[in-house]
Design a binder for this molecule. Sequence first.
Ligand SMILES: NC(=O)C1=CN([C@@H]2O[C@H](COP(=O)(O)OP(=O)(O)OC[C@H]3O[C@@H](n4cnc5c(N)ncnc54)[C@H](O)[C@@H]3O)[C@@H](O)[C@H]2O)C=CC1
Ligand SMILES: CC(=O)C(=O)O
Ligand SMILES: [Mg+2]
Length: 603
Amino acid sequence: MMASRDESRFGSLPLSTSGPLECALKGTVLLNHPYFNKGSAFTYEERRDFELAGLLPPSIQTLDQQVQRAYEQYSAHPDDLSKNTFLTSMKEQNQVLYFRLLQDHLPEMYSVVYTPTEGDAIQNYSKIFRRPDGVFLNINDADRVHHDLSLWGTEDDIDYIVVTDGEEILGIGDQGCGGILISVAKLSLTTICAGVHPNRVLPVVLDCGTNNQDLLDDPLYLGLRQKRVTGQRYDDFVDTFVQAARKLYPKAYIHFEDFGFGNARRILDKYRPEIPCFNDDVQGTGCVTLAAIFSGLHVTKQKLEDLRMVIFGAGTAGVGIADQVRDAIAAQRGINKEEAAKQIWLIDKPGLLTTEVETLSTAQKPFARPEDEWKGKERDLLTVVKEVRPNVLIGTSTVPKAFAENIVREMASHVERPIILPLSNPTRLHEAVPEDLLKWTDGKALVATGSPFKPVKGPWGRDGEEIKIEVAECNNSVVFPGIGLGAVLCRARLVTDKMLVAAVEGVAELSPALKDDTAPLLPGVEVVRSVSARVARKVIRTAVEEGVATEQNIPENDNDLDEWVKEQMWKPVYRRLKLVEKEGATREAKGEMLVVGSLSTRE
Ligand SMILES: NC(=O)C1=CN([C@@H]2O[C@H](COP(=O)(O)OP(=O)(O)OC[C@H]3O[C@@H](n4cnc5c(N)ncnc54)[C@H](O)[C@@H]3O)[C@@H](O)[C@H]2O)C=CC1
Ligand SMILES: CC(=O)C(=O)O
Ligand SMILES: [Mg+2]
């Protein structure tokens, strides 16, 4: 399916987001198709032309009225997980209404469709399952991968694929085939936050088995009931998927999500030089955290050269952050990466990572401290904080309460405004909560968290008056949708380091803390679409400079480019349906294009 092209002042736009929509479906088939369905909002003419009149109550309603009703239904649900399930079924019924409801209530619903509630949905996947959503590929049927993927469209149809193997979902570990829901959730965010067209995306899970014994013992578990396959067979399976996806959907950008520590980086390093791909946990987290650090340093009136950063939890996300920050230090100070790495200390299960630690991974090695520096000293977090006197402390360990009061007070005794980012999701795994961090530092800590938290009140105003401190969400979701949108629109061949740096700048420029030092370190979800548009513009501009943009008609002027980006961002509005004959109709008009959540309408 290629959406019908719009004529605009830019000529023909690659992605259409407005104008009438051709449709060859009628009656109940139409009502059951989430892409076309408008429910009570079908107009009089549409009800007549599409044989809907007797299938709907007579009042014709507006999208606003539908949103109001849907919001009331949503609010009646007793807990977040049932709200999440309600939203999923809404998406399966009426896509525009689902995205519009989300858009209108984004700050409230963000945590319900994403972390932390999506984590609960994933953990309960086999219990709450109703309809499949996305592509299930399993390692025992590797020879079917090409065929099974080919059912989702032709070569122009897919812009964006999110793929997981379910091994390291959020902070909740191995979730086997339930991981499909992280692919689905990340794609919902690319649409709602960045306007990536919801019918041109593909959520995929690579089911390689699971080492989660609870799942293996659960009679209702839906995935492969076997231990994870590793080694060459695993690598071959991932490669079979990547090659098939490239061949079938050569325009698609591949976003890797929540792979295990041993695989995430390896897979990224293998494919990055060849195809447009991105690992959100490594690169997305690195980018958003660097943006938060930039605004924290702006508040403390320091520079990257002043940075002394301790990262607790040196896994996929922790080392991803270390890399991104190290590269930024090297670029800004004009020094090599080895020298820049000296401003970063990594701690993992063995304690501080030094050159003597035997389990160092390839990615951790560049940050290992010389063993001599630490002879005779403890390697735990408290000692490291005492010795290093960091101004930035990051948590990506999944160890709740790891940033204990004595550690935080120790840090705050050496620096005026400690920048503390507990990033482990979901909420219950945060290394500390904002309320404690602010209490222990008399409101001085500059905090951002991996999942959303309510603002904290305390007597931290200039004259001791009570103020409310809003805490930014430092989650890769601030940045990955915009990077993806940029890469898709410019049809990037590759995602280069400089494109990622441009994305960091795009987020950092819009940080509220730049204007007000009591404001959050990162832009919030209420402005996420403009953040994504800015990030996309910067990513596209850099892709052109780097010679990796293949789209021909990218405007040169920044204002034009902004408009070009925004015009192609999908919006949740009803488009007039135009009846066409089935014969000769496009795949879109015949309802044959991918609509996640509409598997039952596919043949
Ligand atoms: N806010 C955000 O945007 C993101 C947050 N995360 C969160 O970060 C956390 C880690 O995720 P990944 O890096 O993907 O997982 P991972 O498993 O690759 O990394 C976790 C690391 O923490 C270490 N660790 C565990 N217990 C420890 C202890 N007691 N002391 C020191 N280190 C310990 C582990 O050995 C491992 O290296 C998760 O909770 C995840 O949800 C991940 C990606 C993005
Ligand atoms: C945010 C995210 O990607 C994670 O927690 O894994
Ligand atoms: Mg993730």
